[in-house]
Design a protein around this ligand. Structure first.
Ligand code: NCD
Length: 303
C-alpha cells in the first residue's frame, strides 16, 4: 500500500509547486480565527520522543480547525509495554483516528506506518532523517521577512550531521532556488553534506558562511548526541558561536533563526537570541498556521 493522500512524510520527494502551495495556504490561516476545516475529525499525536514546540503547535493547529486531538506519548501508553509501532497504528485506526502525526527516534518510522495504515500520516520528526513541518514553517518565516526566495542565501551553522531540521531545510531551500551554506567542524558537518541537495556547499569558516547571507539558521549542538565524538565545546564556541560581532558579517537585514530548543552561551549568545534580528519566537508562532495548512491538506481541504 502506498501512503494515503495528504500524508507528509518528508520534503525530499515533495515538488516545489506543492511546497509553495502549502506556504501560500498557510498565509491564509489565522490561529486566532477558528475555521472548521477539520470539524469532527480525530487527530492523534503519537510522540515517541520529547517535544514542546512541534507537539503544542500541531495540537493547537488541529483544535483551531475544529478537530479532536488525542496525545499519546511513549511513557504511560502501551508502547511502554512493548507494543509494536504497527500494532499501535492499527489500534489508533480502530478507535477512529483520521490523521496520525508521529515523531519517532527511528528514521523511516512514519513511512512504515503510512504504508500499512490507510489514513494520512504526518512526520513530526523521524530520527536523523526529516522534519518536514519544521522546514515548511522555517520557509514561511523566511518569506515573512524576505518577501520572496529569489536570490537568497541561507547559512546553516551547528550540528548538521545529527539534524533532521537541516536535512529537510536543505531539500526545501534547494527546491525553491535558495543557496545554502552549511558551516561547522568536520565532526558536525561532514564534507558529504554538500551532496544533500543541489546548491548546497560546506565551509569550516563562519565568516565565509555569513558573508552575503540573508538568513542565519543556527542548530542545537546537542551534547547528548555527541557522546563518543571528539568535539570540544569551548573550541566550538570560540569558532562558531553566533555573537553580535560575528553577525555583522552577514547582510545588515539578515535574520537569525533556530528551530529550538536553544542553548544560550553555546550556539548563540543571549544578545543575539534576544536581539532585533532574531526570529526564534516568531518561528515557534509560525508553527501554528503552517501546521494548520498541513492538517487541512491531510484531509483534502487545502483549496
Ligand atoms: C528539533 C527536533 O526535534 O528535531 N526541534 C524542533 O522540532 N523544533 C531540533 C532539536 O531538537 O534540536
Amino acid at each position: 500500500m502506498s501512503a494515503a493522500r495528504g500524508s507528509l512524510l518528508g520534503i525530499e520527494h515533495l515538488e516545489a509547486a506543492e511546497i509553495l502551495k502549502i506556504l501560500k495556504f498557510a498565509r491564509r490561516m489565522n490561529p486566532d480565527k477558528p475555521r472548521p476545516l477539520l470539524k469532527g475529525k480525530r487527530v492523534v499525536l503519537l510522540f515517541y520522543e520529547a517535544s514542546t514546540r512541534t507537539r503544542s503547535s500541531f495540537e493547537l493547529a488541529a483544535k483551531v480547525l475544529g478537530a479532536h486531538t488525542v496525545l499519546i506519548q511513549a511513557a504511560g501508553s502501551s508502547i511502554e509495554k512493548g507494543e509494536s509501532l504497527l500494532d499501535t497504528g492499527y489500534t489508533l485506526r480502530a478507535v477512529g483516528a483520521d490523521v496520525i502525526v508521529i515523531r519517532h527516534p527511528s528514521a523511516g518510522a512514519p513511512h512504515v506506518m503510512a504504508r500499512h495504515i490507510d489514513i494520512p500520516v504526518i512526520n513530526a520528526g523521524d530520527g536523523l532523517h526529516e522534519h518536514p513541518s519544521q522546514a515548511l514553517l522555517d520557509a514561511y518565516t523566511i518569506l515573512r521577512s524576505k518577501k520572496s526566495f529569489k536570490g537568497l542565501q541561507v547559512a546553516i551553522i551547528g550540528d548538521i550531521f545529527h539534524s533532521r531540521v537541516a536535512r529537510s531545510a536543505c531539500h526545501l531551500l534547494s527546491k525553491v532556488g535558495v543557496k545554502v551554506i552549511l558551516c561547522g567542524p568536520p565532526e558536525l558537518v561532514p564534507e558529504i553534506a554538500s551532496t544533500l541537495a543541489p546548491g548546497v556547499r560546506v565551509t569550516r569558516h563562519v565568516e565565509d558562511a555569513l558573508r552575503g547571507t540573508d538568513v542565519v539558521m543556527l542548530l542545537r549542538v546537542q551534547k547528548e548526541r555527541l557522546a563518543g565524538q571528539k568535539i570540544n565545546l569551548p573550541d566550538y564556541i570560540a569558532r562558531y558561536q553566533m555573537t553580535a560581532a560575528r553577525l555583522k558579517t552577514a547582510k545588515r537585514d539578515a535574520i537569525v533563526m533556530h528551530p529550538g530548543p536553544i542553548i544560550r552561551g553555546l550556539e548563540l549568545t543571549s544578545e543575539v537570541a534576544d536581539g532585533v534580528q532574531a526570529r526564534i519566537l516568531e518561528e515557534v508562532r509560525n508553527g501554528v498556521p503552517t501546521r494548520m495548512a498541513i492538517l487541512a491538506r491531510a484531509v483534502g481541504k487545502m483549496r
